[in-house]
Design a protein around this ligand. Structure first.
Ligand SMILES: Nc1ncnc2c1ncn2[C@@H]1O[C@H](COP(=O)(O)OP(=O)(O)OP(=O)(O)O)[C@@H](O)[C@H]1O
Length: 900
């Protein structure tokens, strides 16, 4: 980029409002708000260098190290002053330019401020001094040592322990897409390929990446879109809630991307990663790796081997379903407390907690893999001692995934390595505990890589138990590690002892009883004598400073000892630092091995937590079968149950899967339709029941036990939900349109293997429109798709469907009517509610009696004259047996005649 002459040379100042900074923070008038407004030749050498560096990172806030501060200038200064509420001052940028905006942060507070900026979606380039300023001739050498972007954070303080921080990269071509994602802090690296933008955005919504890379050939390469910002360069249909970074297309081309992956993993083919035949997946992964190399510089820790997956390997849970089933956060407040994850997370390690979240968002389809997880839970349920001891050991294991990342990237400190050593020491205990374990996930813990055991011993023998936070201040390395280091330490101790005893010896020698030995930063060690006694100072004392009441002296020997101490200390610190770097590098080289072990530990932790829940919440191991059976005996909602006093939750059974053999455990007489029409008054528990079935299915497919007495469950391909009515203000869609979009999506994608949970379809429009749509949707699901469906509704007219279609059954949530109140029994029983209690609910809520009376009259009229009601009452529809779902399938255009 070439320097351009000031575009607004007459701009002398901007007022506070102009740049969005409160008056109280604006300490100087601000001149030039963009570094490109000034002529480069007019800048001071340092500012010119700043501008050159800034040219290379236009999309990032540039933190430029000056002494003890990281300073930002021009527009970056304005941005950070505004975002962090810092004082905006100014700096002289050159004679012809004068003062330009400046905002700085102390170097030791860099992490804290960066965390805040990254959270707000900014990228930060850190330009540090790379030579000792004391040794520098002329301008201190500075280089960008790291670029921190929302998706490339490694710093512990900036990460959330219990969730992954994913960086994603996508490539879209010919209606197909490739999507790679990696967590640099844990080393996980995945790639996949698929079609339809809808699928891509669903996958992004599942991953919730902190940053998404998008290749473009647009001119403002490197621009970063913060969450909520839009750009016409962003492919249509992608969620606006993420942070998007535009990258040059070059790194995303097939040749470059593949080459980069081959080189990085030192392999000849991508066959082993399973993506050789997936060009878009390769391009996305290569582009992502390039970005990491670009931003992490030397500090990029090796990632785990690239793993290829397909979105069809997992139970598909779209964004609405994830939201409606409140898997990771509640619908109402968007908080973790009250979500399924909250109810199930009994993990002990941060790694386990992250793994549980991933498992919940990606339940399995393979019966075998589900059973592997179940078997481990069973073993831990049956063997309480094993479970408790496992938990005790897990408690002592630190976040190995992230520690390995920090070691690999050269950012780990002494405490990190000690934490690793302590964790490695626990691995043999874990192996010994698992010696007789039978199930796969526990057997995986039986072997400890010898390298890690050795590494643990080495770290322990080299590092002190509680190392200091800073690496260059010494105090890290134990005695006995390095003979020269020990010698220097002995020398320092002896000199320090000599100085410590100096006061006594000099008092004796001089006879001055109040003689003291002191130390200050300016002069180092000195001997102090009160003014009154100063005449008694011996000849070898050299006067250094005169204060009101005392004289300060040095002696040649004192200075010699002092110099020796200081030199030795410098050398000690340097040797310790080098030993530490060697240790850290050693650990870094084992990052991949450490992470592999960490993955096993995390999985065991998840399963141990699930076993714990299974015991204390009385869950059962569901039988996972082929086919469409969905039978739950006395199921409960895992979250609502935990929030009610013990024993208050009313269990309910469920049977779905028409044509499947009945399951004995639930009673052979239990009906198993494809579609349940569920009616019942407000607040009786319909939504709760609906969600309970969805959650039980989901938990079963992630391998967990489930809150029920017994369950036999076929594997679902997708769970769809349509729950409640919420305006999507962000996209400007009305409640009804959102509802219809979601319903259309379900009807277009559901299969007989899907589980569909619909709550009050058609409520957002006129009653008859709503009822008609609800009817048609239910009929289509039952007769055309044959998806297993629960359809909760207040339109009890829909109960008629059961008499028309053999695979539809009516259920109701029962209430007990009392003279002046309704008692909610929360029991789901066969049969349809023949009436709503809406008017009663209104009466209980205090609507005036005249209004209630009038409402009853109106209802009577509507029921009498409604065509659909008349049609339904006539019973003129064909006999149930003549319209089985299969018959309807053959003749999809035929509709059931309900109008007579
Ligand atoms: N099986 C149950 N056992 C105990 N309490 C329950 C049960 N099911 C629901 N509840 C309680 O009843 C409340 C209302 O349930 P829910 O929201 O499912 O009702 P609803 O029938 O869907 O109401 P509406 O038709 O107004 O949406 C829940 O918050 C829960 O506390």
């Amino acid at each position: 980029m070439t320097a351009s002459k000031a575009t607004a040379p007459d701009r002398q100042s901007s007022d506070a409002q102009d740049i969005g900074i409160p008056e109280r923070l604006l300490k100087h008038t601000v001149r030039y708000t963009n570094y490109n407004e000034v002529h480069r030749d007019d800048l001071t050498p340092m500012m010119r260098h700043y501008a050159e560096v800034k040219d290379a990172y236009p999309y990032a806030l540039l933190m430029y190290r000056v002494g003890d501060f990281f300073e930002t200038f021009f527009q970056d200064a304005i941005a950070i002053a505004r975002e962090l509420e810092l004082v905006l001052t100014s700096k002289d940028a050159g004679k012809a330019i004068g003062k330009v905006p400046l905002a700085g942060i102390p170097h030791h507070a860099l992490d804290r401020y960066c965390a805040l900026l990254v959270e707000k979606g900014f990228a930060i380039a850190i330009c540090d001094q790379v030579e000792d300023p004391a040794q520098a001739q002329g301008l201190v050498k500075r280089e960008v040592t790291r670029v921190i972007t929302p998706g490339t954070i490694l710093e512990e303080g900036m990460l959330t322990a219990k969730r992954n921080n994913f960086l994603a990269a996508l490539v879209i071509a010919d209606k197909h897409w490739g999507l790679a994602h990696a967590d640099v802090s844990t080393g996980e690296f995945f790639t996949t390929q698929g079609s339809t933008i809808d699928q891509l955005s669903q996958e992004l919504m599942r991953l919730q990446p902190a940053e998404v890379l998008v290749p473009t050939n647009a001119p403002d390469l490197g621009a970063l879109l913060r969450p909520g910002e839009t750009s016409d360069k962003l492919p249509k249909g992608l969620p606006a809630k993420f942070c998007y970074t535009f990258r040059s297309q070059t790194a995303f081309t097939q040749t470059e991307a593949k080459q980069r992956l081959l080189q990085s993993y030192r392999v000849r083919s991508l066959e082993g990663f399973g993506c050789e035949h997936l060009p878009l997946a390769i391009r996305a992964a290569g582009g992502l790796l390039h970005y990491l190399e670009d931003t992490q510089k030397e500090s990029l820790a090796p990632l785990l081997p690239l793993s290829t997956y397909t979105t069809t390997e997992f139970l598909v849970i779209d964004n609405q379903t994830r939201r409606n089933l409140e898997i990771t956060q509640t619908v109402r407040d968007g908080v973790f407390h009250g979500s399924l994850l909250w109810a199930l997370d009994k993990t002990t390690t941060a790694m386990g907690s992250r793994a549980l979240r991933r498992w919940l968002l990606q339940p399995l389809l393979s019966i075998e893999k589900i059973q592997e997880r179940q078997t481990t839970i069973s073993e831990l349920v049956d063997n309480g001692t094993l479970r408790q001891q496992l938990q005790l050991i897990l408690k002592q294991i630190y976040d190995l995934e992230r520690l390995a990342g920090r070691a690999g990237s050269g950012t780990a400190n002494g405490r990190d390595l000690v934490a690793m050593a302590e964790s490695f020491e626990k691995l043999p205990d874990l192996a010994a505990l698992m010696a007789h374990a039978q199930s796969l996930y526990l057997v995986k813990l039986q072997t400890v890589p010898p390298e890690l055991e050795q590494m643990g011993r080495k770290l322990r023998s080299h590092l002190v138990d509680s190392p200091p936070l800073y690496l260059t201040d010494g105090g890290l390395i134990r005695e006995g590690v390095n003979a020269h280091l020990d010698g220097l330490r002995d020398q320092v101790s002896s000199d320090q002892r000599w100085i410590a005893s100096l006061e006594v010896t000099e008092r004796e020698r001089t006879g001055i009883s109040n003689l003291k030995v002191g130390f200050n930063k300016a002069f180092g060690y000195y001997i102090s004598i009160s003014r009154a006694k100063s005449s008694q100072a011996p000849d070898d004392y050299i006067r250094k400073q005169t204060l009101t009441n005392e004289e300060r002296y040095i002696t040649p020997e004192l200075k010699e000892r002092e110099a020796r101490i200081l030199n030795a200390k410098d050398e000690i610190n340097q040797i310790e630092y080098e030993i530490f770097l060697g240790l850290r590098e050693d650990v870094g080289q084992h990052a991949e091995l450490i992470r592999r072990v960490a993955v096993n530990v995390a999985a065991a932790d998840v399963l141990c937590g699930l076993a714990e829940i299974a015991i204390y919440q009385d869950y059962c191991r569901p039988e996972i079968v082929k086919g469409r059976t969905l039978t739950i005996d006395a199921g409960r909602h895992p979250v609502v149950e935990q929030s009610l006093p013990a024993g208050f939750f009313v269990p309910n059974s469920t049977g779905l899967g028409y044509g499947e053999t009945s399951i004995e455990s639930v009673g052979s007489a239990y009906p198993t339709p494809d579609l349940i029409i569920l009616t019942g008054p407000n607040a009786s528990g319909k939504s709760c029941y609906l969600r309970q079935v969805g959650l039980i299915q989901l938990m079963a497919q992630m391998g967990s036990f489930v809150p029920a007495k017994g369950a036999v469950l076929g594997v679902c391909d997708r769970i769809f939900t349509r729950v409640g009515a919420v305006d999507d203000l962000a996209t400007g869609q009305s409640t009804f349109m959102v509802e219809m979009n979601e319903t259309a999506n379900i009807l277009n994608h559901a299969t007989p293997q899907s589980l569909v949970l619909l709550d009050e379809i058609g409520r957002g429009t006129a009653t008859f429109d709503g009822l008609s749509i609800a009817w048609a949707v239910a009929e289509h699901l039952a007769s055309q798709i044959c998806a297993r469906t629960i359809f909760a509704t207040h339109y009890h007219e829909l109960n008629e469907l059961a008499s028309l279609l053999a695979n539809v059954a009516n259920f109701q949530v029962t209430v007990k009517e009392m003279p002046d109140q309704i008692i909610f029994l929360h029991q789901v029983q066969p049969g349809g509610a023949d009436r709503s209690y809406g008017i009663e609910a209104g009466r209980l809520a205090g609507l005036p009696p005249s209004v209630i009376k009038r409402a009853q009259q109106v209802m009577g009229q509507i029921e009498k004259h409604s065509k659909i009601a008349v049609g339904l009452r006539k019973g003129s529809h064909p006999k149930k047996s003549s319209k089985t779902p299969k018959a309807a399938e053959k003749d999809p255009d035929s509709q059931l005649n309900i109008f007579g």
